[in-house]
Design a protein around this ligand. Structure first.
Ligand SMILES: [Zn+2]
Length: 365
């Protein structure tokens, strides 16, 4: 079943379903994205330690990566991004890019001066300089970046915020979603709406109704895995994800572990991003079929086997745990490259295997 999305050149093809889980293809002007998909995070215009060629090469074969509006706006800034002709040319990445709106970073990283109904005034985490982000400014930055999928500017309050704070943030996020959609976009740039509402199911479902009525190309669940328990995250996923419109891509923002991805897919999510595989790699935590490997452990000192004997990545085909542990201990920069390639490959193959299962055991859509 193929659905043309509101933005020209984008369509979503649902191939099979297994319970609430779905396998499909998001067709974009810059190429097809098989879903479910895990999107590596390229915060500052780079998926840390990886070249574009390494991201594109099988078996990793990343079809889409993320860029961060907040980070790229502060550094290198819009003058450089505009002169470079956008993020694709600047970073030499020719496949799709999704940019977040900067909302989450403003609320989590920056020093907040003031939040009002119009937008947010904040201080840069880099140099303390003062800036203002509104839905229109966020969309303008994403227009200059030229991402394939832009996210609306939203307010993500802390998970434990009182009900009145949650309600104000929710009303604002709906108003900002409308303003984001009305603001100018780059040609061929799809826009996704974001459903907030914390862990309160009534609030979540109410906001889902407000956001999905606006005509976005796709929908995201935001404000999950922001401090609530894993059980609460899964409860919201199970109750809410399948209520998002079935004919559009569904994106779970910033979550999570391999287990979270499996649960998200079972609940009906199509797209994921998280810094976990890249950040954990640099910190010595590697994912493997047999469980997590803490590479600094003394047990790896003389272990001449690969991180994961079932992994087809070049790190596992070429190098031993002992060598990686040595590189880590010696703070050699090659460590970060080898470890990141492995963790991203693990995530890509994990999601691809789940996709294959939906196609093999599910019903044709
Ligand atoms: Zn590997």
């Amino acid at each position: 079943m193929l659905t043309e999305l509101p933005t020209r050149g984008f369509s979503f093809e649902l191939l099979a379903t297994l319970g609430n889980a779905r396998a499909g293809i998001l067709h974009t002007p810059r190429g097809d994205i098989e879903t479910p998909v895990f999107m590596p995070v390229g915060t500052a215009g780079t998926v840390k330690a990886m070249t574009a060629d390494e991201l594109r090469a099988p078996p990793l074969d990343a079809k889409i990566i993320l860029g961060n509006t907040y980070h790229l706006y502060l550094r290198p800034g819009l003058e450089v991004m505009g002169a470079a002709g956008g993020l694709h040319k600047f970073a030499a990445w020719d496949r799709p890019i999704l940019t977040d709106s900067g909302g989450f970073q403003v609320f989590s990283l920056a020093g907040i001066n003031e939040i009002d109904d119009d937008g947010v005034t904040f201080r840069s985490h880099i140099d303390g300089s003062k800036h203002r982000l509104t839905p229109e400014v966020s969309m303008e930055i994403q227009r200059v970046l030229g991402s394939d999928i832009a996210m609306v500017f939203d307010q993500c309050p802390p998970g434990d915020a009182p009900a009145d704070v949650q309600e104000v943030a929710l009303a604002r996020t709906t108003a900002w979603a409308k303003r984001s959609l009305a603001a100018p976009h780059a040609t061929g740039q799809a826009v996704f709406g974001i459903v907030q509402g914390g862990t309160d199911l009534e609030r979540r479902k109410r906001h889902l109704g407000e956001i999905t009525a606006l005509g976005f190309d796709g929908h995201a669940l935001g404000g999950l895995a922001v401090g609530e328990s894993v059980e609460e995250t899964y409860r919201v996923l199970d109750e809410v994800a399948h209520l998002l419109p079935a004919d559009r891509p569904r994106y779970l923002m910033g979550v999570g572990t391999p287990q979270d991805l499996e649960r998200g897919i079972a609940a009906g999510i199509d797209m994921f991003d998280c810094v976990m595989p890249t950040r954990n790699a640099r910190n010595g935590y590697l994912f493997a079929a047999g469980g997590r490997v803490n590479i600094p452990n003394a047990a790896n000192r003389l272990d001449l086997g690969p991180i994961d004997p079932t992994c087809p990545c070049s790190t596992c085909r070429t190098h031993s745990r002992a060598y990686l542990r040595h590189l880590y201990q010696a703070k050699e920069i090659l460590y970060a490259r080898l470890a990141t390639l492995h963790n991203l490959t693990f995530y890509a193959l994990h999601v691809r295997r789940l996709r294959e299962r939906i196609l093999a055991e599910g019903q044709r859509a």
